[in-house]
Design a protein around this ligand. Sequence first.
Ligand code: DP6
Length: 351
Amino acid sequence: MITNHTVVAAAHPNLALVKYWGQADINLNLPNNTSISVNLSGATTTTAVTFEDELESDRVTLNGENADLHTYNRVMTHLDRIRTLAGGTKRARVESYNDFPAAAGIASSASAYAALTLAATRAAGLNLDIRELSTLARKGSGSACRSIPDGFVEWIPGQDSDSSYAKSLLSCDYWDLCIITVYFGDCEKEVSSLEGHRAATSSSFYHTRLYELPRTLQAVRAALRTRYFPTLGMAVEREAISMHTIAMTSTMVEHPWLSGIYYWQPETLHVMKAVQKWRHNGLQVYFTLDAGSSVHLLCEAQNLHVVMRELSPLLDKLGGTTLISKPGRGAWVLDKTHSASPPWIHRVKYS
Ligand code: DP6
């Protein structure tokens, strides 16, 4: 039965080490390939959900502001999935808060739909396991399925909706890695990742990518298991370039003036080149890139201060900012006395 209790849940966004790019089913967010990610401890979405008898429609706020229509409809569709599972019709009040800037180039939809799925299912009286939560979160946003399990995570593409979910490969404390996200303010991207997924198969290199992926996945899994950083780093860096090669060579039906998708800005390339130069000089650091201009640097914790020392003067020149993460836990429910809650949580009435 749908309760009237407030449930607060939190989740980290995740960074793909092997990317999800291209969909087998657009409506169900089924991917064409297996992907591997790590949760980013440096960024968190916290979401409170209460189903209320008195509400005539769902209420959705993000960082204290009413959600725009597109976001509202997407959240409502997700709440409808949960109402159908719970067998009820009560409308919900959803308050969501991100502790990281929108401009950071970190996909907030992953942490948003992971936290929403966990909070809303619990508030609706459902007690789903990790696989079920991951499957459900995926319907809200593909990569959200990877923010449910702990640490280093693999998304199994599956054949249908119930068989497409993510599971933990290794816990968050298995390997003391650091992820430095470098971002450059308001570099608004012209093409969403949704459009990128849809255009991917138009690239003549897409089949080559899919052909190579099993080898990449094997290399990444083995390097994670053995904690062998040079193999992990090189596989991850080459994999990011592979995804961007597809983006750059995709045919953009909805943007006919574009010859392909270029997510990079000049600053992005500056950082990529610098990383390769530092490596040539003996520093073990690698990069990966998502569908945006930000660059994510990977290093082992013992090298963080050296990487930051190299990076700082470059960022002074380029005007970038950093956010530092370690491998993060999977989505979790906050208890009512959680001391690390952002201030807005205290305004939520618990019953
Ligand atoms: C490049 O469709 O999950 O980050 O727009 O955030 O819902 P949202 O993205 P999604 O695609 C993610 C694409 C990617 C690679 C990845 O995370 O695997």
